[in-house]
Design a protein around this ligand. Sequence first.
Ligand code: MRU
Length: 353
Amino acid sequence: MSSANPVYPVIWHIDHVRLIDQTRLPNEYDRVEIRRYEDMAMAIETMIVRGAPAIGVAAAYGMYLGARDIKTEDRSEFLAQLERVAERLRSTRPTAVNLFWAIARMIKVAQQTLGPVAHLKQVLLETAQEINAEDIKTCRQIGDYGLSVLPDFPSKLRILTHCNAGALATAGYGTALGVVRSAWTAGRLERVYADETRPRLQGAKLTAWECVQEGIPVTVITDNMAAHCMQLGMIDLVVVGADRIAANGDAANKIGTYSLALVAKAHNIPFYVAAPLSTIDFAIADGSQIPIEERNPNEVYQVGDTRLCPVGAEFYNPAFDVTPAHLIAAIITEYGAIAPANLKDELQPKQVV
Ligand code: MRU
């Protein structure tokens, strides 16, 4: 697959959604068909679709699928039942705010649209498709603004990233990997280093897969190798995605991001977060208020079906951590690269739900 055949993890096809099954990559490339909102909720929970913007887009389609099955012509009853669909979709994953943002946008459109219920349903489908298309455009803008923060020297950069903030984690193109893609197209990239990203290995499985599809040179390292690579001068820049950014610029992203930011700081390597405006949660003041998802301990004690740890040990499996704003050089958004301290002033007025 090349840029002529780009990766779109969530697509609307005639009357249903098709999701790339991200639990099967890189060994199998499959699409699953989703026709009911409950199936969409389960696809988000089981991470068939994952990554903050992608689950926002998936949840928007989930809202439409739920709306489509509501059997009433009464507007208030329709809105009440739509709220129950929203509740189920909101319960799937707690950290990525794009999920809540997309659901809120769908609810608001339903409330503000006049006319019969059939018309509301049609407008909901169009809104989900809009959210989908906007995200691809947004990611390309993030990629382009990312070019503006690249240091002039060396001419070809070695960029480290964590988890997967690529096309698979968005509607297409990616945020952090969007910056990487734009750097590659501009001839500014030597190589990507992809942290494997335990426990679910999104870096090893998904980021590496995306890079290989496009011929972008990629080296996978285990998470505990990043400091060593920096110490040896192998990394010029770090760029990661985010699941929720607080008003002060603290950023929640995949577990392990915080330690990467600390290590980058120790080596004087710039650390960037790339994310759309829909990932910023101005309702919360700082990162301590971001809900952190805890996942099944089996993700820690086993790899695939193989158990690694003795029965009797206990396990802790937070899926995300929070990188404090002072470790972040800038947040690269579709409105430009913005210092965390200026986020609220520069971007809050632009956010519409
Ligand atoms: O648990 P995941 O795989 O959904 O976590 C994904 C990440 O942490 C990504 O870095 C983040 O969502 C940004 S995606 C553009």
